[in-house]
Design a protein around this ligand. Structure first.
Ligand code: NAD
Length: 254
């Protein structure tokens, strides 16, 4: 196992972020999770094992003061910071037709999904630099392909991919920065109890993935863990698509 590290994960109380926290804690690391949903944070605290190495913080990833304060609390609690995962996001991509998309809604997507990444990098870089730390930004396969009525989400995730290479060039060689673009990840089991659901996937859902199944938070956690680790020391500025091959499958209507 690598030396225990200290990590900060935004939006870590549910879904993929919770899955990443679970894996990093199980491997002996120290993990701070932030979220805006206090009910979910409390539920995550109960669900996660290795709680002595867990710090939960209420913090809005789109708010500069709160991001700076929660990073500072993480460092004073653990004594150092080795990695940041900006995972918080408005995860539902569908906002309706562009003609009826309000400026407020457009900005809400950009504020959490993209500005949150900028704020993590801005306020996290000074803590990461001394240890040769790493940043992972959560993008999406929707940065590369779309369904109708998802402009704000797609633009926010496309912005993440561009921000990733820009940051990698500015912050290297001290800090590596990469993005992960998940495809369809089933997070129903990884929600707070009041939102939990067991989703049955149809054959057609599985078959559109060359690997024959929908993804899980564990799939994204495994890639994240690798990118944060020293084993990924030659990798920066990249976007890694983890989608079971869905974006590689050519589809013609029958
Ligand atoms: P989720 O809704 O299960 O979890 C997201 C968490 O982020 C929630 O706990 C929520 O309370 C929190 N959050 C939302 N806004 C926040 C803010 N401003 N500050 C702090 N916390 C905030 O979603 P998920 O499916 O686990 O998605 C996690 C990330 O992965 C998102 O960035 C999403 O866009 C991305 N993603 C998800 C999928 C998928 O299929 N699930 C696919 C591609 C990308």
């Amino acid at each position: 196992m690598n030396q225990p590290q200290s990590y900060y994960i935004t939006g870590g109380a549910q879904g993929i972020g919770l899955g990443i926290a679970y894996m990093l804690l199980a491997e002996g690391h120290h993990v701070a999770i932030t979220d805006i949903d206090e009910e979910a944070l409390n539920a995550a605290e109960k669900r996660l094992t290795n709680r002595e190495r867990l710090l939960t913080l209420t913090s809005d990833a789109s708010d500069e003061t709160q991001v700076a304060a929660s990073l500072e609390k993480t460092v004073s609690h653990f004594g150092r910071l080795d990695g940041i995962v900006h995972n918080a996001g408005i995860a539902d991509p569908f906002h309706g037709p562009i003609e009826r998309l309000s400026l407020d809604t457009w900005q809400a997507y950009l504020n959490t999904n993209l500005t949150g990444a900028f704020l993590c990098a801005k306020h996290g870089a000074p803590y990461l630099r001394p240890h040769g730390g790493s940043i992972m930004l959560m993008a999406s396969s929707r940065a590369l392909q779309s369904e109708p009525d998802t402009e704000a989400y797609a633009a926010s995730k496309g912005g993440i991919v561009a921000l990733t290479h820009a940051l990698a060039v500015s912050l290297g060689p001290d800090i590596r920065v990469n993005a992960v673009s998940p495809g369809w990840i089933e997070v129903g089991d990884w929600q707070k109890p009041s939102r939990q659901q067991t989703v049955e996937h149809r054959d057609i859902d599985r078959e559109q993935h060359p690997v024959g199944r929908v993804g899980t938070p564990k799939d994204i956690a495994a890639l994240t863990r690798f990118l944060l680790s020293e084993e990924a020391g030659f990798i920066t500025g990249q976007n890694f698509v983890a989608d079971g091959g869905m974006t590689r499958k050519m589809i013609y209507a029958e």
